[in-house]
Design a protein around this ligand. Structure first.
Ligand code: NAD
Ligand code: DAU
Length: 336
């Protein structure tokens, strides 16, 4: 048996990864350490909760004592735990500095102490900053140049992971992925807000002119990439995980309305995000050379995502009706 510590496994991507590992490797046990912030939801893993190979621990990756205790006997670590929403980081970034930077250091130090076999840091394309339309996509050698209060501590975590490989020889690998979409994404991110608003005939808020470009990666494609890099990536290296599914804001909004057969006048332009990164795009040939390629293109990824929200109303309605979600939504959108 191998033991894998997954942190942040009750969130969107982490929950898909826990399920992927339990379903793929019969000889793996998964310990899921998650603080259960507003974004963490044990319901995301209700289908595997009773597995004898799965253990859930509520706790903070910044808690060195707990992390050191859990790290005993761990072979592999995959760190997903983070504050993940850019708009919330613009409101205040203290928790982002803690979880996205200090939390990574705390995990790395414990992994070093306990001599783990592999440590994968889940990073993001946002560490590269923002691209102009005519610029080539980022490679792993592009400068790290984050521009918002979410991505700055993410870049610190990414680079601290690299430093542990260089300085202490810790067997670290890093993945930098583009915008994930799919089931169980908390409806603060653009795609699930648009789908759930459209289903309630509410406006779809488009920041500025809706021209910012994102690459849309289906969440299970991302999990397969992380699995591959964790097991076969070269120690000390970073891997871009991009799917070349680039689309701008208006295209995304129109596609969702089209799938749901809702009218175009639900699109509502609102004040732009301060410091809005205008384009993310990555060259993913390095991970492709390990044998990874995404299974889902933009249309298919979007269709599957829309279908999941249509079929799982209780999941998202529960969140949308919570006091904390309503408070956030009001603060973020009422004066835009
Ligand atoms: P999410 O917000 O859905 O989930 C984050 C999870 O981490 C939650 O379960 C939360 O409770 C937990 N968490 C937060 N702080 C913690 C702490 N201090 N200790 C323990 N648990 C904590 O996020 P997500 O969208 O699933 O993103 C997961 C990871 O992937 C993050 O590191 C994010 O930066 C990275 N990433 C996300 C995307 C994307 O498009 N969503 C793309 C690239 C990289
Ligand atoms: O690229 C990877 C990153 O993708 C991850 O590291 C982050 O954790 C994840 O949240 C995501 O960041 P973005 O800022 O790109 O995602 P978000 O869904 O917040 O916004 C996507 C685009 O849509 C962006 O151009 C801003 C715009 N937007 C967003 C919201 C929430 C709108 O136009 N309206 C909205 O209401």
């Amino acid at each position: 048996m191998k033991t894998m510590l997954v942190t942040g496994g009750a969130g969107f991507i982490g929950s898909h990864f826990v399920r992927h590992i339990l379903n793929t490797y019969e000889d793996y046990k998964v310990i899921n350490l998650d603080k259960l912030t507003y974004a963490g939801n044990p319901e995301n893993l209700s289908d595997v909760a009773d597995s004898p190979r799965y253990e859930f621990v509520t706790g903070d990756i910044c808690n060195a004592e707990l992390v050191n205790y859990l790290m005993q006997g761990v072979d592999l670590v995959a760190n997903f735990a983070a504050e993940s929403h850019v708009d919330r980081s613009i409101m205040g970034a203290e928790e982002f500095m803690r979880s996205n930077a200090l939390g990574v250091y705390t995990l790395l130090a414990a992994a070093r102490e306990h001599e783990v076999e592999r440590f994968l840091q889940v990073s993001t394309d946002e560490v590269y900053g923002s691209l102009e339309e005519d610029e080539d996509p980022w490679t792993e050698e592009s400068p790290i140049s984050p521009r918002n209060p979410y991505s700055v501590p993410k870049a610190a975590g990414d680079q601290m992971a690299r430093a542990f490989a260089i300085t202490y020889g810790l067997p670290v690998v890093i993945t930098r992925a583009s915008n994930n979409i799919g089931p169980f994404q908390y409806p603060e991110k653009r795609v699930p807000i648009y789908i759930t608003n459209a289903l309630d005939d509410l406006p779809l808020p488009v920041y500025g002119a809706g021209v910012a470009i994102r690459d849309h990666l289906y969440v299970t494609d991302h999990c397969e990439a992380i699995d591959l890099v964790l097991h076969q990536g070269v120690v000390g290296e970073a891997y871009n995980v991009g799917s070349e599914n680039e689309a701008d804001g208006l295209t995304v909004a129109k596609k969702i309305l089209e799938y749901l057969e809702k009218p175009g006048d639900l699109i509502q332009h609102v004040a732009d995000r301060p410091g809005h990164d205008m384009r993310y795009a990555m060259n993913a040939t390095k991970i492709q050379s390990l044998g990874w390629k995404p299974k889902f293109d933009f249309d298919e990824a979007m269709r599957l995502t829309v279908e999941w929200y249509l079929g799982n109303e209780a999941w998202w309605r529960n969140i949308r009706e919570s006091a904390s979600y309503r408070e956030y939504y009001e603060k973020q959108y009422s004066n835009r």
